[in-house]
Design a binder for this molecule. Sequence first.
Ligand code: GCB
Length: 602
Amino acid sequence: MKILFKTCMAALCSIMLLNVQAQNESPLLTNMTNREAMTLDGKWRYIVDPMENGYYNYRYKVNPNGYFKDQKPETVSDLIEYDFDKSGQLNVPGDWNTQREDLFFYEGTVWYKKSFIYEPSDQRAFLYFGAVNYDAKVYLNGEKIGEHIGGFTPFNFEVTNLLKAGENFVVVKVDNTRKSESIPTKNSDWYNFGGITRSVKLVEVPKTFIRDYAIQLKKGSKTDVEGWVQLDGAQLTQKVQLEIPEARVKLTLTPDATGLAKVSFKTKLSLWSDKNPKLYEVSLTSGDDQVKDQIGFRSIETRGNDILLNGEPVFLKGISIHEVAAFTGGRVIAPEQCLTLLNWARDLGCNFVRLAHYPHNEDMVRLADQMGIMVWSEIPVYWTIDWENQSVFDNAQNQLREMITRDKNRAAVIMWSVANETPISDPRTDFLKRLVVSARDYDNTRLLTGALEPHSEDGYRVIDDALGESLDVIGINNYCGWYGGTPVSCAGVEWKMIYDKPLVISEFGGGALQGLHGLPEERWTEEYQEDVYKYNIEMLKNIPFLRGTTPWILMDFYSARRPLPDIQDFFNRKGLISDQGVKKKAFFVLKKYYSEKPIQLD
Ligand code: GCB
């Protein structure tokens, strides 16, 4: 790769090898982890723009000469009221809220700018964003190249013919304003971190290249691998070599006129599981392009109330996790921070994590793959979505598609979730059922779930939400002892479900300020939280169709809904671990339950 790179302020550094949805977005390139690319991470100049002066003129019309032009005065009399190069800097990846005290509560537009040097080559070039929350308008050298909506999924634009020899600059208008027609909507119980929250890369690929592929075991099979490889470029029928040396697989595939080559072969594999997180080196070569990936093979199915991993019933010992880093409380920005979270989950005795409430970064999922931790992955269809609005559905569907596109080769991911705690109505159920159909269309190998709510009837908790018909695994959030009832009362709660399907209690828990001690009746003490866990676990032991649980939550996390002074201080305190990494008493209650619970059920 022949790309030179420099930050926007410094001189040349070094040669580096490097819809609602997105407008002009190119189909997503996958396996960004293993592709060679030039990073655009690091310091970016930023301008906070609460009035959107950089976008609209004073008549509130889009200004063709907005901040994205990065104009400079040409004469001493010129009026230019902004200057990126004299403005402050923010780290990318990263949220702005935890980087600048004055931006902690900021919601609105921030402009980001970065310069780099490009040396022309005969390769194609793509500008790739791991995630930007929430609305990203992207400009290259003063021209808009596209827009992406949705804060947690990747997107890319082809810039082959837009790059100039020498200095180029990217400007991104990032807007995290909450809206009722967004996903998530105005109301959610996690922090609305704004910014370019995941890595930015400039990727160069050959004229015809391997854009995407799916290589997994066929549903229900332990030996039949099925999938496809998608080429992009002019030579769409160019042959593709697929190799898995360790499994002695070596195949030549012939794509059709659209560049799609079907994969189908039989082989004996050491199956991926929580006990054996085996990943195979898979290599795909076509023309001048080669991509390598580390892929695990396993089957995941349900039978009645059971979840079968490689044909064996399994109990999912899980925990819910937000994508926030210990100690900073901000968005995760490095793989080590993901590892800290997953190691804590491991320490709890987990073989499963619920990555709430949106797709987490790719490192998180890849680490889970390596560590043998199964994953529930979800989109932020949360609480009160605008169900009857088609563009809202399109947005949800797009986020679902981007999540599945990125992570479909990760064995760790065993289920996709389409929603969390959504209020029941016909339009909502119709919306979510359509999403389930889309998810199965994108990936027919995994289980579909959603976090639903029970209702109370004749002293029972009853599960009969009509969405359950479409799901493989029923997730239920239930806060006995916190939002209703006393902790002690939970032990006697009994459950009924109209579906012959597995149940995962996807949330239960209560808040405690780490270090605050008192009587078990006293809210916010570690003893209260400990009792919530103790008695909920008694309840869990009496649910015959229970096949897993992901209590709420591994670690305390920022939430603007949680203002109580000296207790919450804008943290949701339901963590089993404080934001500073100290374990609370309830951690050990759950750990004991998991250590006593057999993973394999008869
Ligand atoms: C829930 C939500 C979760 C909240 C949690 C709470 O049911 O799914 O996002 O953070 O309750 O703490 O109230």
